[in-house]
Design a protein. Sequence first.
Length: 258
Amino acid sequence: MSASVLGSLVSALNDRSIEIVDLTAPLSSTTPILELPEQFGQTATFELEEISRYDDRGPAWYWNNFRTGEHTGTHFDAPNHWVTGKDGIDISAVPEKALVAPAVVLDVTAEVADAPGYIVSRERVEAFLAAIGGAPEGGWLLVRTGWSQRVTQEDMINNTETGPTSPGLSVEAAQYVAEESPLQGIGVETVGTDAGAAHSWDPAFPCHSFVLGADKYGLAQLQNLDKLPTTGAVIVASPLKIVGGSGSPARVIALVER
Ligand code: MN
């Protein structure tokens, strides 16, 4: 009997030799959001607006409208989110293959525990990728910082005397991932792919600037990266197919062999 690959996958899911890990943060009105300096437009928090709930407005059904920023909660950044990628694809045009992709996990939780504004250098990224035998073609670099333990707006943004203080990649590390690696993007636990201090760098917000400018992608506000192996996980990311959109909240799961 020849076993098909998908048949084997279903068997492995049933006997739990492949586990599904949910990397998605709960989406509610208290989900933390990015804060920009006050002169700029601001993204919206997630809000439900009840249409009916088994009442006069609809006796047998419950449903809601919702309002959200495209970049609220666990979400997918499309290339056209950034000016460097303004001629790039929108979220509805991200190819299906990019939605199912391998991932490697760079763990910097110890460094971030000591210094919340820890910046991951190009050397650190290159040494990590060399140690695991190279970056997977078309894969994600997931940066595990432990930041997803911070679930309130205040803790997530972590404003200090120097402004927002959260970890991320350096200018050179972002440029390396964008322009020299075979990776398709970066995934992080923070509200956006860049470090809190990245507003004042040159270029500002380098993960956005370089990675999206190279027609690559971002995943933000991931959780449960501690449940992933360093290599071998497969990420399934499902942003809404918003025509012309710059990104979308997404359910993001990982398949992990046990
Ligand atoms: Mn974003």
